[in-house]
Design a protein around this ligand. Sequence first.
Ligand code: CUA
Length: 263
Amino acid sequence: MNFLKIIFLSIFFIVLYPPISFSDVAENWQLGFQDPATPIMEGIINLHHDLMFFICVISIFVSWMLIRTLWHFEANQNSIPSSLSHGTLIEIIWTVTPAFILLIIAVPSFSLLYAMDEIISPAITIKTLGHQWYWSYEYSDYLNEEGESIVYDSYMIPEEDLILGQFRVLEVDNRMVIPVNTHVRIIVSAADVLHSWAVPSLGVKCDAIPGRLNQVSLFVKREGLYYGQCSEICGINHGFMPIVVEAVPLSNYITWISNKLNN
Ligand code: CUA
């Protein structure tokens, strides 16, 4: 009885007080997604759930057919094989049904694909360059009195310099700072070899290609620290060029920018 009471109370409290901290960093043994912070990532997760429905139905149906076939047409149970070679109706059904399922899936998939490609009149443009093996960020919308824009490098913090609570191989010395609830355009390129600028919670994975500019748009809905990693094998330190995006309120962003410009 006591045990049931505990279970009932825990369910009650989980429903009443949902977790208030978000997961924007990889966790040990993680199987699912990190929590979304942009409408695009919400869309990706929703599409994943939609597809999961079809995957489950198809997997169960195909397994059921396979097991039934193995059972009923096993040599001992069915010693005289059927001479049946084809059936027009069944062939039409098993051609049209998958095509129909693909059509149903294509609708949300294409709308998401085009939404991801859309750059909605960005208020800020940030250029991010992949290097062997660090990222650099350039805020060329702003110039100081000498006519210089904000450019800085972002290196991983080595393990021996970490302080308590920091994530191994994920922290950087200089984060990319962006305001929340603002349309931001990120221009991605590389200075040497292929890299990929990827932040799971923001739903971004953009190839950084030398000599080419790729762009993605970001609209971060909540303040936070978003951790990502280079996602294109780029050499020996590929695993040691993480990305940290710090989403702050607009006023903090303006303060940060003016501090950067004045030193
Ligand atoms: Cu840069 Cu992998």
